[in-house]
Design a protein around this ligand. Structure first.
Ligand code: SF4
Ligand code: SF4
Length: 372
């Protein structure tokens, strides 16, 4: 749930559509975080030329959507890894994306940032650089490895020194939930402009921490505290669909269009370093591969993506829930949790959902029309 950004709106009457690509340039990383969703798989990375060509393909898809659907697409690419600063062609790729009009964000552990990187990021006007933070120094190091806090703090200082907009991202679990306020204060002192909170997904290395998953009520209290900490001078946010349920709901009763929530299948896509296309990196299921099919064809025809879009797929609590259009839970947590119990099901109930008393709503077939 690194996606702290609010997800776009999708439906049949849309005139503007926000869409992001989360692009994992490499699986290589300099850290071995305890909760990481990666399982350490080795893959053949796309070459620099191939990545640039795929950015061109994505641009062609967005332009076709705009031309054919008469809408304006606000598009962004979030480059990450592994650790994106280990990818040799990072600045070439970022420059290529910026030249084509993409808003670009970076998601990193911050440990490898040099002055040259900070200067290039500033010159290329990267909109947001998200650096992972798990808590105050000792807690951060206990999750990400010894010395990682000091290295990340230096990276943040360097980036901020060159005028970059840098935000912190925290992965919440029982390991660090007690320190929400302290972590927020730590981030403020480090020079971040704001902080986002997301949930741990118990897959990859994080599977070993499945007992540290917060209970529904623990998660609810955590997000209530998170949302209460935001001030005009320091943004404290969460892009988690469940956190969104604590905000005032404007979902019309019985609505079957998507109005936000989990972006998987709707308003974002993940591309991994070997060209695999996934609904979300943390779900980890593959919708197609760019080496065999263009991005637009995968988006339009993948059975996996279509199942995520159809309300009928959600047979449990989410399918009956009036908040389905703006939530749908975290499919990655639901999938990982059900897999850990020996029954992998992408449409299982979100095990951390605290919302009760969901009422039956009339199902009217598939969700609203998306650009394809
Ligand atoms: S499954 Fe949805 S809510 Fe969960 S991390 Fe992925 S995009 Fe975010
Ligand atoms: S039941 Fe599903 S859609 Fe409803 S609030 Fe819970 S996670 Fe969200």
């Amino acid at each position: 749930m690194k996606e702290v950004k609010k997800h776009g709106v999708a439906g049949s009457a849309i005139k503007a559509f926000e869409f992001f690509i989360q692009w994992h340039l490499t699986e290589r990383c300099n850290l071995r975080c305890r909760h990481c969703y990666q399982g350490g798989r080795r893959v053949q990375e796309m070459t620099l030329g191939e990545v640039k060509q795929e950015i061109d393909e994505a641009t062609a898809m967005f332009e076709a959507w705009e031309g054919e659907h008469n809408l304006s697409v606000s598009r962004s690419i979030h480059f990450t890894g592994g650790e994106p600063f280990l990818y040799e062609g990072l600045w070439d790729v970022v420059a290529h994306a910026r030249k084509q009009g993409y808003g670009v964000a970076l998601m990193s552990n911050g440990c490898l940032v040099t002055s040259d990187d900070a200067k290039r990021a500033s010159t290329l006007k990267i909109s947001d650089i998200q650096i992972s933070l798990e808590g105050p120094p000792d807690l951060h190091d206990s999750i990400r490895g010894r010395g990682s806090f000091a290295a990340a703090a230096k990276g943040v200082e360097t980036l901020v020194g060159f005028g970059n907009r840098v935000s912190a991202n925290v992965t919440l679990s029982r390991l660090n939930v007690e320190q929400i306020e302290e972590t927020t204060e730590t981030a403020r002192r480090m020079g971040f402009y704001g902080i986002g909170f997301s949930r741990m997904v118990p897959c990859g290395r994080g599977k070993a921490l499945k007992d540290r998953l917060l209970s529904p009520q623990e998660l609810k209290r955590a997000y209530q505290r998170v949302l209460g900490l935001s001030t005009p001078s320091f943004e404290v946010v969460s892009g988690d669909p469940l956190a969104g349920t604590l905000l005032e709901s404007k979902v019309p009763f019985g609505c079957n269009l998507t109005l936000g929530g989990c972006s998987a299948g709707f308003s974002g896509i993940t591309i991994t370093s070997d060209g695999s296309v996934m609904p979300c990196r943390r779900i980890g299921l593959i919708a197609g591969n760019l080496k065999r099919k263009p991005l637009r064809a995968i988006w339009a025809s993948s059975r996996l993506l279509w199942r995520l879009r159809r309300r009928e797929s959600y047979q449990g609590k989410c399918g009956r829930c009036p908040l389905w259009p703006s939530c749908r839970g975290c499919r990655a947590v639901a999938y990982a949790h059900s897999a850990n119990q020996g029954k992998p099901d992408l449409f299982a109930d979100d095990p951390q959902c605290w919302v009760e008393g969901e009422s039956e709503v009339t199902l009217r077939g598939s969700s609203g029309r998306l650009p394809l």
